[in-house]
Design a protein around this ligand. Sequence first.
Ligand code: MRU
Length: 378
Amino acid sequence: MNDINRITHVNNVSLREDGKAVVIIDQSLLPNKTEFIELDTPEKMYEAILHLRVRGAPAIGICAGYCMAVLAKKEAEPKPIRGCCSSGSADEVFLENMKKHGEYLKSSRPTAVNLAWAVGRILTAVRVEIKKAKLDSGIMANVGYDRLAEVVRMEAVAIHNEDIEMCKAISEFGLSLVKDGDGILTHCNAGPLATSRYGTALGPILLGKERGMEFKVFADETRPLLQGARLTAYELQMAGVDVTLICDNMASMVMRNGWVQACFVGCDRVAANGDTANKIGTSGVAILAKHYGIPFYVLGPTSTIDMDCPTGKDIPIELRDPAEIKQKFYEMPMSLDDVKCYNPAFDVTDNELITAIVTEKGVCRPPFTESLRAVTEK
Ligand code: MRU
């Protein structure tokens, strides 16, 4: 396996062969340790998403799909008394229990829409199967827990496989926007670890490298959780890409020096008007890019576009533990214990600052209200 394949084919999220656990790389330990952990209870799944052991909008979606598959299998295990207190059919009890699992998982992180999207897809697949059985064999027919658990597993695998295809397509479209030798600035991590295969914002860079192109990438370290330093710089360096790590407040300097020809960032939720939530600090990069006349591209799958969210004001923003700012990654606390802290995990970039939104179905340009509608209806 060559260096790029080692990075693009990393198995960051998978379903254990017996279907009873989700296996993830614990991203919170990278780049110092590559450790795989198994998630086999709702509590472990919730904790892994909350603490960013699995992170990046598409990867969270894939993980949520597999979590639902594991929990569906658990539901299908023989129990002494099943559905004794419910007046519904066995299938409906299954659906209700899966809804509860989905609500619990969704409450771990609110901003990335892929989590809710994946849970919604799984539940829809279950509903469709139940409805089909009723139509085929009469009103009282039950699909049965084993079959419904298999339906959930198949839908989760489909979400994963589609993500692989999606990353490749986004990478192709993104690559058409830059030329060999360009300087590219990126914020946070939207590479293979955050998705599957190539990633979104890092996809064109890795695909270009595979084809012999050389980009000069500037990776913002991305305070406070350092996804840029720990993950982006790691992935690109391992893939043999020319990457330079900078602190977030150095972006203006490298742009002013003329070293950046394009900004590529990922996204956690794109509103119908193109306003985009991504890692905290992204909007600052977009403002700088506008100032220096550098194109600012958002790269993400259509599953990250939320047409039910009219503008960025409607996107819920996750607030996180102040300890991440005050002491995490430091040998000693870097502020007084009782100092007030504000720690939003994401910000919203206004659509006027975005040159284009690159999806697997094409490149959307302003006016985004029209171009995003067109790709989501394709
Ligand atoms: O808090 P994180 O690390 O999950 O935030 C991740 C990002 O902001 C990414 O840019 C985004 O999810 C896109 S990943 C393809």
